[in-house]
Design a protein around this ligand. Structure first.
Ligand code: MG
Length: 176
């Protein structure tokens, strides 16, 4: 038998994947900082929402960690920028999260471009999951922002939204 059909990832692609892994860990950090703001304001449901979001981001990072190892590459952890810890309102916090997700989407697209240029089909397939995930993430934040804009922050509806988000739990996707 000959060896494995899959070639080692080239340096540009593996470096870009490693950068994305670090950015996903950073995203977890960004969302945990938002959770901290919400907790400080006693919006425990919104805080829970962002704690779960942080867990999801860590899960995304670990997916890339595993993938790089599967492809014979060693991961390198970087330092992190200080995330924003202060927000003017819950709405502002969600708007910041939405803008952050748009950056993530752009980075995933750039990464896919590199994989496509390399005709690295396994990586393109791997990244498809992230592309689909970004559609979900952006739609979710967009919808929450719409709701938050519709309701007054001292209204019952606002308290109910906080209570609803208290129920969110992290469940790793079965297919992942
Ligand atoms: Mg992510």
């Amino acid at each position: 038998m000959e060896g494995c059909v899959l070639q080692l990832l080239n340096d540009t692609l593996s470096r870009a994947l490693n950068d994305q892994m670090n950015f996903e860990f950073y995203s977890a950090h960004v969302y945990l900082a938002i959770a901290g703001y919400c907790s400080g304001e006693s919006w425990d449901g919104f805080a829970n929402f962002f704690i779960v979001q942080a867990e999801e981001e860590r899960f995304h990072a670990m997916k890339i960690y595993k993938y790089l190892n599967d492809r014979g590459k060693r991961v390198t952890l970087s330092g992190m920028e200080r995330p924003n810890n202060l927000y003017g309102s819950i709405l502002e916090a969600f708007q910041h999260a939405y803008e952050h997700e748009k950056i993530v989407t752009r980075l995933i697209y750039d990464l896919s471009d590199i994989a496509m240029n390399d005709r690295e089909h396994a990586t393109m397939q791997f990244l498809k999951w992230f592309i689909d995930e970004q559609v979900e993430e952006e739609a979710m934040f967009d919808s929450i922002i719409h709701k938050l804009k519709r309701i007054d922050k001292d209204s019952n509806a606002f308290f109910m939204l906080d209570a609803e988000f208290a129920q969110r739990v992290f469940t790793p996707p079965a297919s992942a």
